[in-house]
Design a protein. Structure first.
Lengths: 312, 86
């Protein structure tokens, strides 16, 4: 078998070095302030993503919340280069941009910052193409589990049983497992994160940018108006998602899986799933059968990841 | 035409504070910090989505949207959300 390390060489920074520089810089690259909703976790993510990436970065943003919250022309809150592009084209655009930078001998980071609609549904073919070509870029999907920007229509990321404006009685299909689809492309690095753990988001973005080749980070981003919970509970909701096990934090480096510490604790002793579902208006009136299916999915997911971690 | 002049003619947005207006006007409840209880852990500044809390843990009320994350996450319960007066 070919050692995947020979295909994608780590460009710089040993990970011991990474741990010592994990101190989060004070510079902010998002000026006060965007027009994101109060309590928006995507804004919080964006703060830490840009802190980790630094000023020599281009964000490629397809249609999503981030493309509408930047401010009004000729002003923008983004103190970093941003390229706004059509919904399905983000990864294709980033491919060309990354190639042009590398041809010119520049190490500029190219980061796609897309929502779940732009990743799981509309952007998937461009993304799959870019991963197959081995484009040197980072694809970040911030997942609020619906099309939040247009008023919460269901997306491929909406979990089973969640009410949206297009599934008023609760979604009847399960959430699409985009991480398995990405894993099938064998990227050198992929990870899941949650906005309730900003240091973890920071570290994972920083680590992903040290790899040459396509890397992927899937961030769960609780959304107060969409999930219908009070704005102050954004961080709490993210932590409940991890503690109940419906969201698992892990990273996969050259195929080697490592489950994050909060999720390891959740695997040993998860909190009841009802604690996560009850505060959210989108799960109001969910029936016991659907909750049971969700619980079974969590257990299956735990077993699958634990087995993979033990084997790798 | 010089390249700088060409760049000026491009339809690009430039970074400005308050690009989306003074978002503090959205607020219904404002955070009030009890300095006696505060132990300056900085979690409120870390979790603020809009970076409205600076290094000295002072809240920028021009931009604070009043989401209340800081009050909810404060381990010392030193932040209270108080209704804005008209």
């Amino acid at each position: 078998m070919i050692d995947p390390r020979s295909l994608f060489a780590i460009t710089c920074k040993s990970f011991q070095e990474l741990n010592t520089i994990a101190e989060i810089p004070k510079e902010e690259y998002i000026k006060k302030c965007t027009s994101a909703c109060a309590g928006c976790s995507s804004s919080l993510n964006l703060r830490y993503v840009t802190k980790a990436a630094g000023p020599d970065t281009v964000l490629v943003v397809p249609a999503c919340c981030t493309s509408v919250i930047q401010g009004i022309y000729p002003n923008t809150a983004m103190n970093i280069s941003v390229y706004n592009i059509a919904f399905g084209a983000a990864a294709a655009c980033a491919s060309g941009m990354s190639n042009a930078f590398r041809q010119a001998g520049k190490k500029t980071n190219v980061i796609v910052y897309a929502g779940d609609g732009g990743t799981l549904d509309i952007g998937i073919q461009a993304m799959s193409g870019a991963f197959e070509r081995g484009t040197d870029f980072l694809y970040i999907c911030y997942d609020n589990e619906a099309y939040g920007n247009t008023g919460m229509q269901r997306s491929g990321g909406t979990p089973l049983g969640a009410r949206t404006t297009t599934t008023p009685t609760g979604k009847t299909d399960a959430k699409k497992d985009i991480d398995a689809i990405i894993a099938a492309h064998n990227p050198p690095y992929m990870a899941t994160a949650c906005s309730a753990y900003p240091q973890d988001v920071f570290k994972k973005v920083q680590k992903a940018l040290t790899f040459r080749g396509p890397t992927f980070i899937h961030i769960l981003a609780p959304c107060p108006p969409g999930w219908r919970y009070p704005t102050e509970k954004t961080i709490e909701m993210g932590k409940l998602a991890v503690k109940s096990g419906i969201w698992v934090l892990y990273e996969r480096e050259y195929g080697k899986l490592t489950v994050g510490a909060p999720s390891k604790a959740a695997m040993k002793k998860p909190i009841p799933l009802e604690d996560y579902l009850a505060p959210q208006g989108r799960f109001k009136g969910i029936d016991a059968k659907t909750v049971e299916i969700l619980k079974q999915q969590i257990q299956k997911n735990f077993a699958r990841l634990a087995a993979e971690e033990a084997a790798s | 035409m010089t390249s700088a002049a060409k760049r000026d003619r491009l339809a690009i947005s430039r970074p400005t504070e308050g690009a989306a207006g003074q978002t503090g006007s959205w607020r219904v409840f404002k955070p009030v910090v009890d300095k006696e209880k505060c132990n300056e852990c900085g979690l409120c500044a870390m979790y603020c989505p809009d970076n409205a809390i600076d290094e000295d843990l002072a809240v920028d009320l021009r931009f604070c949207k009043g989401c209340g994350i800081c009050a909810n996450e404060c381990p010392k319960k030193a932040i209270a959300m108080v209704r804005e007066e008209k």
